[in-house]
Design a protein around this ligand. Structure first.
Ligand code: 6GU
Length: 224
C-alpha cells in the first residue's frame, strides 16, 4: 500500500517542483507514495469563487473562509485520515512528529494563505503545526518540508537505512563533520584521525565533534 499525502492548497502549481525532485519523484513513480492536490476554491459556491473575506472585528488582510475549505476536507479526505492545519501559530513540527506520522497510512496537510484561517476550521482538524518561528506567505513550503521529512523515513524511499538513524536529531545531537577527497583543499586539510584507519578513535572523535557542534550551534538541544 502506498503512503498517501493529500494537500489542500489554493496554489497547487507550487508543488510541481517537488513532484519531480529526485527522491520524492522516484517515490511517486514507484508508488511508494501518492500525492493528491486539492484546490478548495472549487468548493466555493458564489459567482467569484470567494475563499477569503474581511475579518470580523476589523484589522488588516483577509481571513480564509471556513465553508469551502471544510467542504473540501469532507469530500476528499479518506475516513480516519490524520488532518493537519499548517499555521505559524501551531505547535512546532519536529523529527519526532515526522517519525510518528511515517507510521500512519497517510496524512492530509492544509495550506493557509493571507492572514490566517477562520478559527472554526481548527475544530475540523486533528493537529495544527508550524515549521518554525518565522512567517511564510503560505503553508505550501511548510507542507513540502513536512512531505520530505516524512517520505524519507518510509521504507524504500532512501536506499541506505543506516543513514537515517545516524543523522542529526535521531538522537538529539547534530551531525559530525564529514570530509571527502581531496585531503588538502586550498590549505584546509582533513583531520588526521579520519585517515588513521583506527575505527575506535574515529568513533570517539566523531562523538566529541557532535557534542562540541551541538553546544556551539544548538545549546537548547543539550538542555533537552
Ligand atoms: Cl506552517 N505556515 C506559515 N504561513 N508560516 C509558517 C509556517 C506555516 N511555519 C512557519 N512559518
Amino acid at each position: 500500500m502506498s503512503y498517501r499525502f493529500d494537500v489542500l492548497t489554493l496554489f497547487p502549481a507550487l508543488f510541481d517542483g517537488l513532484r519531480h525532485e529526485s527522491l520524492i519523484g522516484k517515490a511517486l513513480e514507484s508508488q511508494t507514495i501518492t500525492l493528491e492536490l486539492h484546490n478548495w476554491r472549487a468548493f466555493a459556491t458564489d459567482r467569484h469563487s470567494t475563499v477569503d473575506d474581511a475579518p470580523f472585528g476589523g484589522g488588516a488582510g483577509l481571513v480564509i473562509k471556513p465553508d469551502p475549505l471544510v467542504h473540501c476536507l469532507r469530500a476528499v479526505v479518506p475516513a480516519g485520515a490524520r488532518t493537519i492545519l499548517l499555521s505559524p501559530s501551531g505547535r512546532r513540527f519536529e523529527q519526532k512528529l515526522a517519525q510518528e506520522w511515517a507510521q500512519l497510512p497517510g496524512i492530509t496537510l492544509i495550506c493557509g494563505r493571507y492572514e490566517g484561517f477562520d478559527h472554526r476550521v481548527e475544530a475540523h482538524v486533528d493537529d495544527v503545526v508550524s515549521i518554525g518561528d518565522f512567517v511564510l506567505n503560505g503553508g505550501e513550503v511548510a507542507a513540502m518540508a513536512i512531505i520530505e521529512a516524512v517520505a524519507r523515513l518510509l521504507p524504500g524511499v532512501i536506499g541506505n537505512a543506516a543513514s537515517l538513524t545516524e543523522e542529526s536529531f535521531a538522537d538529539g545531537l547534530l551531525e559530525y563533520p564529514q570530509y571527502t577527497r581531496p585531503r588538502d583543499f586550498e590549505g584546509q586539510t582533513v583531520p588526521d584521525v579520519l585517515l588513521s584507519g583506527n575505527h575506535a578513535e574515529i568513533a570517539k572523535w566523531r562523538l566529541a565533534q557532535r557534542i562540541a557542534r551541538t553546544r556551539a550551534m544548538r545549546p537548547d538541544l543539550l538542555k533537552a
